[in-house]
Ligand binder design. Structure first.
Ligand SMILES: [Zn+2]
Length: 396
């Protein structure tokens, strides 16, 4: 007879090591006393688990100096400087940003390659990722080892295979990007691919502006527009993992042409190209050109200000639709939409009030992300860290 479902002591220990490491990862540094309270384990068990993680080369302990409180200070547990790191890559249209990210979410090193109109072919993007792996390894502690590679792309992704089904602004369709990456990077490094907005909301939920919020939408505004959604504390992915393509909901079938092939998508009213066109600027959407619109709007340039307000009105309608369907506690507006919120919050709120339903529209909080433009990058690191956090012993 086979006995199933009984956790052996070693399995319990490994499970608890994962829980403890996850707490350190979420907070960066945490005291033994806090760990004892959060994990509901005895002080001696916490002490033994910390000793195990220290021996595995994952955490360090230090005794804080100073402080006014009497008694023995609780030891602080934090990530080791030469501990493992994730390689995170954010493939955007105009640049590919890579970073080595340590346990605790600290960016240890960063490598940015401008790609002008985009890495048009996925193999080119894969080569840039390979270059980043080598470049970053020179800049981290020589003893540190990478655990895997997480890649964020502005498109729909089949998470299991890493195939990019459709990234309209990169003009990628059914590209086996995960396989291409696996062919070029060192074979010992597992590769994971995810959608930028999905990863952004993951990072903000873990350690950003949605940390204590279990119903949240992250609306990402870059050249493309998409949503990462968490409902009841869990990511909403949909049947094939492609949920959240808010940017391609059609507002007006006779509206402006969209990169996806349809007309009048949300993206053509609130994406970066729309903002630049409304401001009368015939330039490529880059961080600089988008920042210039907001700076000029704040300095009194009427064309720029009017463009931002027009986008704000359409953005409010988009948020109202999300609020009607999902009733989120918080909507984070990222990328260029953060700038729209900062300059024209009143216009957005007015539009949400006009088009939103009932109590949901009054309770929703509109915020900018805490992690700024790094949210997708930090979310991509989570893909690479997941195995280590589940079983710190097994992935050594
Ligand atoms: Zn579209």
């Amino acid at each position: 007879m086979t006995r199933v479902g009984v956790a052996r002591p070693d399995a319990i220990r490994r499970h608890n090591l994962g829980l403890l490491l996850t707490q350190v990862h979420r907070d960066g540094e945490i005291t033994r006393a806090q760990l004892t309270r959060r994990l509901h384990l005895s002080r001696s068990t916490i002490g033994a688990l910390v000793a195990d993680l220290t021996e595995l080369g994952l955490v360090d302990e230090r005794v804080p100096s100073g402080g006014k409180r009497a008694g023995r200070p609780s030891h602080v547990v934090g990530p080791r400087a030469d501990g493992p790191y994730a390689i995170a890559v954010d493939v955007d249209i105009t640049h590919v940003t890579s970073a080595a990210i340590g346990i605790g979410g600290e960016v240890l090193a960063r490598h940015v390659v401008a790609t002008a109109n985009g890495p048009r072919r996925p193999r080119q993007a894969a080569a840039l990722v390979d270059e980043a792996v080598r470049e970053l390894s020179k800049r981290v502690d020589p003893g540190a080892r990478p655990v895997g590679i997480g890649v964020s792309v502005p498109g729909t992704v089949s998470r299991r295979t890493g195939t990019v089904e459709f990234a309209p602004n990169l003009e990628w369709r059914h590209e086996a990007f995960g396989e291409m990456l696996a062919e070029v990077v060192p074979p010992e490094l597992p590769v994971y691919v995810g959608n930028d907005a999905d990863l952004a909301v993951l990072a903000e939920h873990l350690r950003g502006n949605a940390r204590d919020c279990d119903d949240v939408v992250y609306l990402m505004g870059r050249i493309g527009v998409g949503a990462g959604i968490i409902v009841n504390g869990r990511p909403l992915r949909g049947h094939d993992g492609h949920a959240g393509e808010v940017g391609h909901n059609v507002v007006d079938a006779s509206g402006p042409q969209c990169h996806c092939g349809k007309r009048g998508c949300v993206e053509t009213y609130i994406g970066e190209n729309a903002l630049l066109a409304l401001a009368g600027r015939n330039v490529l959407p880059t961080q600089e050109s988008i920042a210039a619109v907001f700076a000029d709007a704040s300095a009194g340039d009427e064309a720029a200000a009017s463009a931002v307000r027009t986008v704000a009105d359409a953005l409010g309608r988009t948020v109202a639709s999300l609020v009607n369907v999902l009733n989120p506690e918080r909507v984070l507006l990222g990328g260029s939409l953060a700038g729209v919120l900062e300059f024209a919050r009143d216009e957005i709120v007015r539009s949400v009030d006009r088009f939103g339903m009932g109590a949901s529209r009054h309770s929703v909080q509109l915020c900018t992300p805490d992690l700024g433009d790094d949210s997708p990058l930090l979310g991509a690191a989570e893909l690479a860290f997941a195995d280590l956090l589940t079983d710190p012993v097994g992935t050594r």
